[in-house]
Design a protein around this ligand. Structure first.
Ligand code: HEC
Length: 153
């Protein structure tokens, strides 16, 4: 204790001096925070910084937005919920007996029913964001599993 209390008064001014140097040097190294952030946070400045990123995201997302999913993909992601097990009287995928008379109505009628809804079948199977062509593809894929030979549009 005796030795540390003798050393302490020597170190204290050194510490204070270092702290002062750090604070002063810091204010040169970094522009004053308040001024820079006010200018940097204007909507124009923020938009300008985000613009390159937003553009890249848009370019990356654009092809994906137009890439239609295959009938099987749509089926596996949505239609399977009812048509997989035959929920609520839905014709099961691959069930020729259940699909036969329906296929007999023709592709266009099936697509119309799948798109607009038909009895317990909700419009687009509940997939409101599905592209009409994706619905038609899923119809073709499902019917083909039960013996039809429709081509996915
Ligand atoms: C919520 C359950 C449910 C989902 C999800 C669903 N369906 Fe259906 N679907 C049904 C039911 C129930 C029927 C039978 C309706 C009837 O004839 O009584 C049916 C019938 C159909 C038919 C036959 C229509 C006709 O004219 O006989 C087609 C085609 C069809 N669905 C396509 C689809 C497609 C494509 C999807 C996915 C995008 C889908 N369904 C998702 C319940 C569903």
């Amino acid at each position: 204790m005796a030795s540390s209390s003798r050393i302490f008064p020597v170190y204290l001014p050194v510490c204070v001096a270092i702290a002062v140097v750090v604070v002063i040097a810091g204010s040169f190294a970094y522009p004053p925070l308040a001024a820079s952030s006010a200018a940097a946070m204007t909507p124009e400045a923020v938009a300008a910084r985000l613009a390159p990123m937003a553009h890249e995201e848009f370019v990356a997302a654009a092809p994906a937005a137009h890439a239609l999913r295959s009938g099987q993909t749509v089926y596996s992601g949505l239609c399977i919920a009812c048509h997989g097990a035959g929920v609520a009287g839905a014709p099961k995928v691959g069930d020729k007996k259940a699909w036969g008379p329906r296929i007999g109505q023709g592709f266009d009628t099936l697509v119309k029913h799948a798109t607009e809804g038909f009895k317990a079948m909700p419009p687009k199977g509940g997939g409101a964001d599905l592209d009409p062509q994706e619905v038609a593809r899923a119809v073709a894929w499902m019917a083909d599993q039960a013996g039809a030979s429709f081509k996915e549009p």
